[in-house]
Structures are given as C-alpha cells and as structure tokens.
Design a protein around this ligand. Sequence first.
Ligand SMILES: *Cc1c(COP(=O)(O)O)cnc(C)c1O
Length: 500
Amino acid sequence: MQYHSTRDKSISVSSAQAIKQGLSDEGGLFVPESFPHVSLDEIENLAGKSYHDRAYFVLSKFLTDFTEEDLRKCITSAYTKEKFGTDAIAPVYKLNDEVYFLELWHGPTCAFKDMALQILPHFLTTSMKMTNEDEEIIILVATSGDTGKAALEGFRDVNGTRIIVFYPDNGVSEIQKLQMVTQRGNNVSVAAVKGNFDDAQNGVKKIFTDTEYKKLLDRNGFKLSSANSINWGRLVPQIVYYFSAYADLIDGGEISIGDEINVVVPTGNFGNILASYYAKKMGLPIRKFICASNENNVLTDFIKTGVYNKNRRFHTTISPSMDILISSNLERFLYDLSGCDDGIVKELMNKLNTEGEYSVPEPIKEAMQSMFDADCCDDKETMAAIRKTFEESGYVIDTHTAVAKCVYDKYVERTGDKTKTVIASTASPFKFNQSVLIALEDYNAVAGKDEFELLDMLREKSGMKVPDSLAELKDRTPIFNTVVEKDQMQNTVSDFLKVE
Ligand SMILES: *Cc1c(COP(=O)(O)O)cnc(C)c1O
C-alpha cells in the first residue's frame, strides 16, 4: 500500500515514510492510495476477538510494509491492561436499546487522544528503523491541554525518542498543568511559555522551519518530528475502534451482522469522525455520520451549506478540545469526496489560507450531505445533556461527549431515525470535573473546592472510580517549573538536548 499527497497525487511513499515525514513537502496530507475491502464474514469474525487481534486485522491492511512481528509488537506495547485499566481497551457502554457509548478514554491521560498517541511512538520508531534512519527523534509539541499530556505519556521512555512540550502559562486547566509538570520519564521535558496557545504554537513552528537550526540538530544526531493529528500514524489507529465497537455489538447480541448503525462524533480537527468514514469505506455498515460541534460551529455550517468560513468569532467553551476553527483533517475528506482530485484540494486549501473561506463544488456537497448530518450546541445545552443523561440512567458523561449526546437527541427529534447509534465518548468526566459537577449540582456546590475535592465529589455522585492517573497527582511533586519567554523556546530545546 502506497500513500499519496492530497495536494499532489503523483507523490507516492510507503507507510513508514508517510509516518516518518508527517506532512508531505508541498503541504498536503498523506492518504492511502485505496481502501482495502473487508467482508461481512471477516467483520463477524472479529466478534470474540481481543482488541489486539482486531487492531492487527485493520492496521495490517494499511501498514503493509511492516512485518507481522513488528506490527504486533507496536500493538501489544501500546494497548496494555496496565495503561488502559481494561483488556477491552475501548469498551462499549449500553445506555438503552438505541444508544451506545464507545468509551475511548480509558488510557493513561483519560482522553481519547491516548488511542492514537500510545501507538504512534512505536509506529515512528519502527518506521525510522525500516527507513534506516539512525538519528534520535525529537518530538516538539505545543499544546492547549490534552494533546501535550497524551504525547508525553505516549513517548515517555520510548527508546530513540525524546519529547519536549510547551504549554501556555495561563492557558490550560489546573489538572492539565499538574498532569504535565509532574510527568515522569527519562526522555521528557515540559516548559511553560509566557503567552497564549498561539504564542506557544508559533514558537514551535518557528523552530520547525529554521533550516540552520535543523542542520545544527542534524550534526548532533537529532531529527525533529511532530505528533500532531495530521500524521497518518495518528489517524489509522482510530479506524480500529469503530470495527471493535461493531464487533462488540454483535458479540452482545445487540445487532446482527450487516445491520447498519449510526455514529455520532464530537468533532474538532475532524480526525475521529474521518476515521469512522474510512471504516465505512472499508465495508463497515454505517448509515449516517453525525458531526457534533460546540459553539465553534464552523463544521455544522460547512456540512449544511458547503461553505467553509473560518472568519468568525472564536468561542472559549466548556468543551475546550473542540474549540477549533480550522479542522485540518477535512482536507483528507475533501480529497476523497472529489474522487482524489488533488487540483481541487490544493485550490480550496489555498483559498482557506488567503481568504479564510471556500465553497465546495455541488457534487462534493451532495455526496457529503447524503452521508453526513451535523449540528451544534452551546454550553448551556451541553450542561443540560449531562444532567439529562444522568437523571435518566445514572451514567455520567464529560462535556465533549455531552455535545455529541445533545446533537444526537436533536437529530432524533428532527428525523425520527431510530437506527442503533454509537456515540464516541472522548473524555472521562473526571477530567472535566468542575463543569460536570456544575451540570449535576450547581455553581455553589463547586465554589472554593480544589481539584481533588472535586474528584471526590464526582466519585460520590457518579459511583465511578477516580482514574488512578488523576488521583495520584495529589502526591506528585512538580518536576518542571521552567517558564520561558516566547522568543526563548529554541534555547529551551538546546538546553534539553545539550547542543550549542
Ligand atoms: C481532540 C478531542 C476531540 C476532537 O477530536 P478530533 O479528532 O480533533 O475531531 C473531542 N473530544 C476530546 C476530549 C478531545 O480531546
């Protein structure tokens, strides 16, 4: 299986090369040349299989240049019971006869980014070995919260890699900050940047594009790489859990093989929902994709009208991991919908860059609307969805998952569609404990309480166990207290790597 660039399909690389490179040189994203087809018999066969076997089944169809031994090693190193607390890795929770939550947050950082970032480091080191790179990989990350911690956990103590994470001094939640500054591992570093997320992001971009600096690193045996969500190695593991969820539904007698399901995904960068679309392209019976957004509803408008316009107010919401105005993985979707037309994709992406807006041709819009539905909700509706779900069933969901649940309820009301539906549950409610508790109780209940008192309160209310990785933070001493000026980030990297 070869990979083409969405902006120049004459480019053709192996999966190891695509993963190592991250982004194609002319700015396009790597996509598989075709989608392997899976039969219903094969899908039925996945029922009763372990998550590891399901992952091998899906991943081996895309990473065809990996040996079976290497690929299995990546899978078993990433998805362990020790890290995920359950052999199921991504268990399905039945809410009622129509709604199932696919819990993607059992990993070490309590959010769904772990599903990809636990395995990406192993893909990367294997790809480096396969392409005869002997330099050490340096991962640079600017984070607004979830990605940084998930990348640190994924890369910690992985041989041949080091990771440096920059977060905005006053731009992450208390628990996110604690998670990062107490990070363990012999190859990790964390620094706060005086400024906001954009400052941290710009600083990292500057280091990435500084050719002189990259030469200096090269002379010292280091190669910069990125762990962000445009890397094929982050997208492909996400296809697995849609097959796994379907296999679980068969296993539990909830559906029969061949029955169509709907999926609802709380969306930001469009990676998670795109993975479900790719699963359908491979043959997984999915009828509708329901794209859920918070007040940053650029995707809702796009799916409804075919016009993508990022020139709008940015909203800070209680589902911060979806506070995004440019959904970078949409580029892969457009490439697919246009019948692999790299010319159109290039044109639209240029327009987005220069004008902040583009409009897709009619056939693309029609294809999109035949499969995708979209809606959005504000913070108040998100809170109401958390409360309603709890009152009806005693199940507690986080703010991101609640956006999806709210949009799903609106969809059913509008269409009457009773198809069995899998909702992607993307974070543990404990990770966003304050908003969840305000939804379940009120503002007064949380006033003056610290993070650990809130965790306890939520434990009592929900009857769920506080995830060990969050409970442990209480006794951890901060290791990283560096705060750097935004123009000093390169020095921080040099200090960590001891290059000059
Ligand atoms: C990143 C994230 C999302 C958005 O996923 P995309 O793949 O970027 O669309 C949703 N919820 C949570 C909790 C996240 O961390």
